[in-house]
Design a protein around this ligand. Structure first.
Ligand code: SF4
Ligand code: SF4
Length: 437
């Protein structure tokens, strides 16, 4: 079988064995949930509740009038304990609603309705009301993506089931455990944008998921499973579109430019949940794993649960913790403390023990060009770093820093241990700040 793929990329050790075959489990409630008002791309929400209020699980507690935004909901029934700034997974202080959960939580969203007769407008409204965002990590509001710009028709929807980040297995589990809902969610997305073609892209190291999906789709016209080479970052939007359809999204443009919409597995399942039961995005499946975790797991977690609680639920640390990353090891964020909360876009927590953390100092660039060969966006990461180091942000811009989607391939291959993403993030922040002035 010929596997589809893209140019560039890397082959890191995938290390998914610890959790790939572990069914998703529910965990106990934390002592508090911390719901940040900004957990999506776009304008932050403003709280619609006050300290001391009783809230019900699924109740809207933060909204914004901005077009690009997404409401947030209470992930538990309980009492609002505080509304205050708390550090999020990036370390930034973000206004958050802190809720003390009731000891017992009501059973809700168990009745399912047929979603096949919903109109495109109804599907978009459901996505908006549910606070649905890209659950693969991008956290872009889904209803905006389901509203293609005038003159840019979408003919193809691709579900990203690659999960090419090492260690993470939550999407793999969803494809196996929520197969019907995933397919139903894809059909809703196709209807919302008027697309006739649907694909579910799966890397060849998850053939059990690919086979399950293929069997379910037998006799289904217009939707296919596409098997992709196991390569990082196969699941990145532009790489996936290239690999599956052969269409190239021009630099600085969106997938709608080539008639394609890409959504993550979790987003499709959550859309179907919202459409069939009315459940907003208040929980998600994440993977907690790594050599520094005693009992790695895939778990269904309430939005707002702290990393600390997740680690406790996995039996604690194995050995001395060296590095805790929220997200995958390639694109995730290293954590200084463990109080940051799971947000809608959190796909996992990876813990390395001190023995497996490389603490080598960053060295001078030796001009080997390995980062150029690895970059799937055809950028020159060495030059972006060179200019970012001396604060020449406009030159970093000229070298395409805003086309970098922070996959980390360049750092992975760099013999000098240069952390390109840190420079890229700094340059992007400086350019955005300069634009606002
Ligand atoms: S420059 Fe950006 S897109 Fe290119 S390899 Fe590095 S992190 Fe990935
Ligand atoms: S891989 Fe590292 S050392 Fe080699 S050119 Fe790129 S930045 Fe320089």
């Amino acid at each position: 079988m010929e596997l589809k793929t893209f140019r560039g990329g890397i082959h890191p050790p995938y290390q998914k064995e610890a959790t790939a075959n572990r069914a998703t489990v529910e965990i106990s409630l934390p002592a508090e949930v911390v719901i940040p008002m900004q957990q999506h791309v776009g304008a932050p929400d403003s709280p619609t509740v006050s300290v001391g209020d009783r809230v019900e699980a699924g109740q809207k507690i933060g909204t914004s009038e901005a077009f690009i935004s997404a409401p947030v909901h209470a992930s538990v029934s309980g009492t609002v304990k505080a509304i205050e700034d708390r550090p999020d997974f990036t370390g930034a202080l973000v206004q958050s609603v802190v809720i003390t959960p009731d000891p017992g939580q009501p059973s809700k969203w168990t009745d399912k309705r047929d979603t096949s007769n919903l109109s495109a407008d109804q599907i978009r409204d459901i996505a908006k009301e549910a606070g649905l965002v890209g659950l693969g990590g991008a956290a872009f509001p889904t209803y905006v993506k389901l509203s293609p710009p005038e003159g840019k028709p979408i003919d193809t929807v691709i579900i990203n089931g690659c999960e090419c980040e090492p260690f993470l297995t939550c999407d793999h589990r969803l494809m196996l455990e929520r197969t019907d809902d995933l397919i139903a969610g894809l059909k809703l997305m196709m209807k919302a944008v008027g697309a006739q073609r649907g694909y579910i892209g799966v890397e060849a190291n998850k053939m059990d998921a690919a086979d399950t999906l293929t069997a379910k789709l037998a006799g289904e016209a217009g939707i296919d499973v596409s098997i992709l080479e196991v390569k990082y970052p196969e699941g990145a939007e532009k790489m996936l579109i290239d690999a599956i359809t052969g269409r190239r999204v021009p630099p600085g443009k969106l997938p709608s430019e080539v008639g394609v919409l890409v959504q993550n597995v979790g987003t499709a399942v959550a859309l179907q949940d919202a459409a069939s039961t009315g459940k907003p995005v208040i929980d998600r499946v994440i993977t907690v794993t790594g050599p520094g975790i005693k009992e790695p797991k895939n778990m269904l977690v309430k939005v707002g649960t702290s990393i600390e609680h997740l680690i406790e639920q996995c039996g604690g640390f194995a050995g001395t913790p060296g590095k805790v990353i929220m997200g995958g090891p390639m694109t995730g964020w290293a954590q200084k403390d463990l109080t940051a909360a799971v947000v809608k876009g959190t796909s996992g927590v990876v813990v390395f023990d001190s023995a497996s953390v490389d603490v080598e100092e960053e060295q001078r660039c030796v001009g080997c060009d390995k980062c150029l060969d690895a970059c799937p966006m055809f950028l020159m990461p060495n030059f972006i770093v060179k200019y970012a180091k001396v604060g020449k942000w406009e030159m970093a811009d000229k070298f395409g820093v805003n086309d970098c989607f922070e996959c980390g391939c360049c750092s992975y291959v760099c013999p000098s241990g240069i952390s390109h993403i840190a420079y890229v993030r700094k340059a992007k922040a400086e350019l955005t700040a300069a634009e606002k002035k």
